[in-house]
Ligand binder design. Structure first.
Ligand SMILES: Nc1ncnc2c1ncn2[C@@H]1O[C@H](COP(=O)(O)OP(=O)(O)O)[C@@H](O)[C@H]1O
Ligand SMILES: [Mg+2]
Length: 335
């Protein structure tokens, strides 16, 4: 793979929360790359740090949290922008949000304002980031809604978000995110609340964006089925760390981390029929304030040994495939 197709690189990111004099190391040394025209799926169970990773990149972290360490670099044409060093509400960061990097949230109601029409909000984005005239902006807003498969866009553009159904709201939010043709789209579990047909339609739309505009996508999900469907690259996250990463073929066909394997065993595979053994992962995720020593997964892991009390190093399996597990060779043998 060529190195310069990277659009965002995250190096050793640590983002911590400070509440009641306790520290939650929500994201604890995460590294990955988002590549042009590709979809990276960040996958892991609820609470593992996916949203905090995304909001670190957007510099939209909640109160009481901060980037403690690490580098977030955005490669804009010939410029390298260190996002982690920007002022979070400064001019540069505000222009990056929307124009270069857009995010769609799990709940569209957090991104869309109920007191303005959907069209107004899309057009407002266009004021900040383009030189279009008022008429042109309206036309563009209608076109964006139309592109996202919203019926009667000329009428819908003047409606409020509460007049939209769940799937339509998500599409409206994607329209808003896509208003300025961002180079990177970060989608945080955008279809979790929607039924599967709408989910499939939204995934198709996102795939079209990737192909038509070479948009790099970071898709956040807890669902390995979504990964199988959408990903080019995968990063598996557990308790604030990335435990395995690689191309979708590498990670899904030859998972090298026991956690990845367990995640894959907990979803049905098409074509395998009813004979599948769907096994939930035993145990529960640890208390973030009372973390295990070393590998965070060892209390739930069948491969656990004394060695696992030490932090596992990031090890190359093959090519772009990496894993953080002392026993990955054994895991691979057990396929
Ligand atoms: N606003 C917040 N205040 C305090 N802790 C938070 C907040 N948001 C997230 N966290 C903590 O950070 C960790 C990672 O959360 P998050 O990134 O939201 O997980 P995910 O998106 O993978 O479900 C969790 O331990 C969670 O409790
Ligand atoms: Mg989340």
């Amino acid at each position: 793979m060529i190195e310069n197709d990277t659009i965002i690189s995250v190096e050793n990111l640590k983002t911590y929360f400070y509440t009641n004099e306790r520290c939650n190391k929500a994201v604890n040394g995460v590294s990955f790359k988002i590549r042009k025209g590709r979809t990276l799926c960040l996958v892991g169970e609820s609470g593992c740090g996916k949203t905090v990773t995304a909001t670190s990149i957007m510099r939209l972290l909640p109160r009481l949290s901060r980037i403690e360490e690490g580098e977030i670099t955005y490669y804009k044409k010939d410029e390298e922008i260190r996002i982690d060093q920007l002022e979070k509400n400064g001019k540069k960061m505000r222009s990056l949000r929307g124009e270069d990097i857009a995010m769609i949230f799990q709940d569209p109601m957090t991104a869309l304002n109920p007191v303005y029409t959907v069209g107004y909000q899309i057009m407002e984005n266009l004021i900040y980031h383009t030189a279009l005239s008022k008429q042109e902006r309206k036309k563009k807003a209608i076109k964006l809604l139309d592109n996202m498969g919203i019926p009667l866009p000329e009428q819908r553009v003047d409606e409020y978000i509460h007049q939209y159904s769940g799937g339509m709201r998500q599409r409206a939010m994607i329209s808003m995110a896509m208003a300025c043709n961002p180079k990177v789209l970060i989608a945080d579990e955008p279809t979790t609340a929607l039924d599967v047909t709408i989910q499939a339609q939204i995934f198709d739309l996102m795939n079209d964006l990737k192909v038509d505009y070479d948009t790099a996508i970071m898709m956040i999900t807890h669902d390995m089925g979504v990964v199988a469907e959408l990903a080019d690259d995968v990063a598996v996250m557990y308790m604030g760390n990335i435990v395995e990463s690689g191309t979708v073929e590498d990670v899904l066909k030859t998972p090298a981390h026991p956690y990845t394997k367990a995640l894959l065993q907990s979803i049905p595979v098409l074509g395998k029929g009813k004979k599948q053994n769907l096994e939930p992962i035993r145990g529960t995720t640890p208390d973030p304030y009372n973390r295990p020593e070393g590998c965070q997964f060892h209390p739930r892991c069948d491969y656990m040994t004394e060695k696992c009390y030490q932090d596992p190093e990031r090890t190359k399996v093959k090519g772009e495939h990496f894993v953080n597990c002392w026993h990955y060779e054994k895991v691979l043998e057990d396929e």
